[in-house]
Design a protein around this ligand. Structure first.
Ligand code: ZN
Length: 250
């Protein structure tokens, strides 16, 4: 077998390995999405409780700051009342203070109401939050494992590409171009052995003349007249008897 044919066979072997790894890589987003499903379902349950709870929380904070501002208004008008000289000014200040106090009482009541609702929801919130956290933790473990597998596969591909580039120099540039064109056009694998006169790419028998030429020149590849793949002659595997014979003589 020539160096070129050996190199081409190596290229084809590496491409087959790359193809298998790429197939596995394509499955990874599906695996990730599958393991996310349970987390997403828990997220929905959590949101159902957490969103209203947080909404009340926001409303409470808003009302508390309104109360604070109203309280400042009350203080300011109380100070002002000490300095007023007319009944009219006194009544106006009194009115402002009363309004601010009424507002505060209403807001305090509303805050109490929201807090009661929050308290009622609290055990449920705790329960779904705990469950969500556990599912998230499990998901993160699975995700890390999947991503580890993914980077392992990517490293494998880099290794196969490296092996390809090491032998590519031994292949004539025309042959290499032809090989790559076949591979990229979906003729995969682009280089195949012939098995008992049959192209193992398209499984169609070679014209006897072509097959005889292959046998006569086992160091060279030919192209399959049917599928255009590069084909080479691979001697049939020795039978068991022949293997025994060989091991005895070795
Ligand atoms: Zn063929």
């Amino acid at each position: 077998m020539s160096d070129e044919l050996t190199a081409l066979i190596t290229l084809a072997e590496q491409d087959k390995l790359i193809w298998e790894v790429q197939r596995k890589l394509r499955g990874i987003p599906v695996q990730l999405a599958d393991s996310r499903k349970r987390l997403n379902a828990e997220q929905v349950l959590l949101d159902e409780v957490k969103i209203p709870w947080e909404q009340w929380d926001g409303e409470i904070r808003e009302k508390e700051s309104t109360i604070e501002i109203a309280q400042e208004t009350i203080t300011r008008f109380e100070e002002h009342m000490k300095a007023v000289t007319t009944q009219h000014e006194y009544m106006a200040a009194r009115k402002q203070i009363d309004e601010a106090r009424r507002l505060n009482v209403r807001l305090q009541d509303e805050i109490v109401e929201s807090r009661v609702k929050q308290e009622e929801l609290e055990p449920q919130l705790k329960e779904v939050q705990t469950r969500y956290d556990k599912v998230l933790e499990d998901y993160q473990v699975v995700e890390a494992e999947i991503l580890k597998v993914q980077s392992g596969l990517e490293a494998d591909i880099a290794g196969y590409e490296q092996a390809k580039s090491e032998v590519a120099g031994k292949v004539d540039s025309q042959s290499l171009k032809y090989y790559e064109r076949l591979a990229s056009s979906g003729k995969f694998p682009a280089l195949v052995p012939t098995v008992a006169g049959i192209c193992s790419g398209c499984n169609i028998a070679l014209p006897p003349q072509d097959y005889n030429q292959l046998i006569a020149n086992p160091a060279r590849y030919k192209t399959c007249s049917h599928c255009t793949r590069m084909i080479y002659y691979e001697p049939p595997a020795p039978s068991e008897e022949e293997q025994e014979e060989e091991s005895r003589s070795a």
